[in-house]
Design a protein around this ligand. Sequence first.
Ligand SMILES: [Zn+2]
Length: 148
Amino acid sequence: MSEPEQEVPEQETQSLLSDWPEDRLRARLDEVLSLWGVEDLRAVIEVRWNPRLRTTVGRAFLDDMVLELNLRLLARHPEQVEHVLIHEAAHLVVRRLFGPDTPPHGRIWKAYMQKAGESTKATHDLDTSGLSNSNVRRRRRRRVWFRW
Ligand SMILES: [Zn+2]
């Protein structure tokens, strides 16, 4: 693919950051952790925007208990922020409570999503045009992470 990179306009990412500063992400995350009865994980899980992610809308670093959300992709789809946040949070919680052999989008994970009132669909069809970069070899992954 040699299509030119279409940047997401700076204005869109700024607007997302002002609607969803990290402290609002944090507050929403804390809320869902309470709903799931795992308030003790509030102190353990970190959440942050990542402006360098391309087509992966969110990811969960299971060992570090860190969630990252794709700033540029979600700037195009701000209505999906909460869903992606909860999707990734459910991975961390399920991993912590049920261990590393639990299927990432299996029955237990789905039960957590349903409890939060969220869809259990595990793939996305968001507009990633201009964000993919198939020419560049991916850096070696440090940790397990999940696409949606
Ligand atoms: Zn997932």
